[in-house]
Design a protein around this ligand. Structure first.
Ligand SMILES: [Zn+2]
Ligand SMILES: [Zn+2]
Length: 288
């Protein structure tokens, strides 16, 4: 696509002149079904009738116009959207006139996510949800599906899947903004990821459903409700230890499936558990 095609963002006839990008509403905010920023940006590029890579170029020029003169830096433009930074979220908010778009990201959980690894995880989805969305004419990708810890769909009680039902291919997080990305379709064979329409899915276990509901509750709370810190997490964990386990750290560690030396820094607010452990702690808080 030619660089000049980015001008479509400026001259598109359907969005208000006060904003440079069409302020389409995010889907499912404040619910467990909230869409991800990845999904929102793909729908935004669709709304402007341009490829995701063109939107990436437009945003890259907006954020770092001086770097566009450098050929090496220009090559990075397609990857700029792969890891949503606060600068990128602020830019999209300025360009659309919308606010609170950080709700579409995992930014609230950043201290608890692995520093690397999330980007290498294959994308996941619920084929039954995709088929329902297609019938309703609004295909999108849920934020819950972006969290590698989410095992199941809370609506259909089935395990999320990560392989295309037709070619068996995976869709990596880092390859999401390539030219031909299209929500609900395999990037490799272009087939519909909901399968042939009568997919039943593999039933999720009770434990998997509990984990999926906990993550859904966190997402529904939104970014403002989730001002997590090491201190308030340590306080909650100490309450669980005292109320549920009579103050015996060894029993709490066993219930969480970790060693006593692992939970001591959590209880003392010295370091944070990762997201899978946080889910276990939340489930423990609900049962103890
Ligand atoms: Zn589903
Ligand atoms: Zn495929």
């Amino acid at each position: 696509m030619r660089q000049n095609d980015a001008l479509q963002f400026v001259h598109h006839k359907y969005y208000p002149r006060r904003t440079r990008l069409c302020p389409i509403a995010p889907i499912g905010t404040d619910t467990p079904d909230c869409e991800s920023l990845y999904s929102y940006l793909l729908r935004l590029s669709w709304e402007h009738s341009v490829r995701p890579s063109c939107l990436a170029q437009f945003l890259y020029e907006y954020l770092a116009p001086e770097e566009m003169r450098d050929r090496k830096m220009r090559a990075k433009r397609n990857t700029i959207l792969g890891t949503p930074s606060q600068a990128l979220i602020s830019a999209i908010e300025e360009l659309t006139g919308l606010s609170h778009l950080s709700r579409l990201t995992l930014s609230s959980y950043k201290p608890f996510l692995p520093s690397k690894g999330q980007g290498n995880q294959p994308r996941k989805w619920c084929p039954l949800c995709l088929n329902e969305q297609r019938l309703l004419g609004a295909v999108y990708s849920k934020l819950a599906w972006e969290i590698s810890t989410t095992p199941a769909c809370i609506h259909h009680g089935v395990k999320l899947v990560s392989a295309c039902p037709f070619c068996g291919g995976y869709i990596g997080h880092r390859s999401q903004y390539y030219t031909h990305s299209r929500l609900g379709f395999c990037r490799k064979c272009r087939s519909w990821l909901g399968g042939d329409g009568d997919a039943k899915g593999e039933e999720a276990s009770i434990q998997e459903m509990a984990v999926a509901r906990t993550i859904g509750d966190w997402i529904a709370d939104g970014d403002e409700a989730h001002q997590w810190s090491l201190e308030n997490l340590a306080h909650s964990l100490n309450v669980i230890c005292n109320v549920g386990f009579g103050g015996r750290k060894i029993d709490l560690a066993e219930a969480l499936g970790v060693g006593k030396s692992t939970i001591s820094p959590w209880l003392n607010a010295k370091n944070s558990p990762t997201l899978p452990h946080l889910v276990n702690i939340a489930n423990l808080a609900n049962t103890s």
